[in-house]
Design a protein around this ligand. Sequence first.
Ligand SMILES: CC(C)(COP(=O)(O)OP(=O)(O)OC[C@H]1O[C@@H](n2cnc3c(N)ncnc32)[C@H](O)[C@@H]1OP(=O)(O)O)[C@@H](O)C(=O)NCCC(=O)NCCS
Length: 180
Amino acid sequence: MVYIVPMEYPHEYERVLTLDDGRTVSVRPIVPDDAELLQAEFDAADPETLYRRFMTPSPKLPTSRFRYLATVDYVYRFALVVFSPDGEGVAVARYEGHPTKPDAEVAVVVKPEWRQVGLASRLFAMLDERAAQAGVSHLNAVYLAENDAAAALMATSGFGSPKIEGGIVEVGKDIALSSR
Ligand SMILES: CC(C)(COP(=O)(O)OP(=O)(O)OC[C@H]1O[C@@H](n2cnc3c(N)ncnc32)[C@H](O)[C@@H]1OP(=O)(O)O)[C@@H](O)C(=O)NCCC(=O)NCCS
């Protein structure tokens, strides 16, 4: 795919990751031209995955939402997209914050055939790294109480004690800022 890279695009987050089963994937920061890819992956995703990611059954997102999700500032809003060696999209991870707030919320989705081989954990480590550089000092996450995979991911990624209310879990962790 040929895409235009915004001026603020942090090239140092273009990486190849080796997963626990030996497969490799390519990671890079999201770009506005990824909006169509996000929409196509959303349209093709299974209902259970969408429910766990968006915490509502049969979520509907307008086209403008995919454009918004693909257009980030790489500081307060940051996202990574992941591709298999044959160029198929396999995961997206992001944090969403705001210049007026010290915190941001993380979210991730990994395609079923790429799960449980350490991909989400590695993506969260990259989000931590970017948050530390960007001055985002606290990350939080929300997920459904029944989502055991998310609970395990948050625990292994250093998020603290879960607060549960109405079937929704909230966790958070502080980020040690790197000197800039
Ligand atoms: C949650 C999700 C992102 C995890 O991705 P993943 O790439 O499989 O996660 P990892 O392989 O990095 O595993 C992280 C930890 O969770 C554990 N884990 C992953 N899936 C699990 C499952 N189904 N049941 C129990 N533990 C699980 C792993 O063993 C690992 O724990 P460890 O470090 O102690 O060994 C993935 O299941 C997914 O995309 N789900 C749908 C969307 C969603 O739920 N997003 C989260 C809310 S935003």
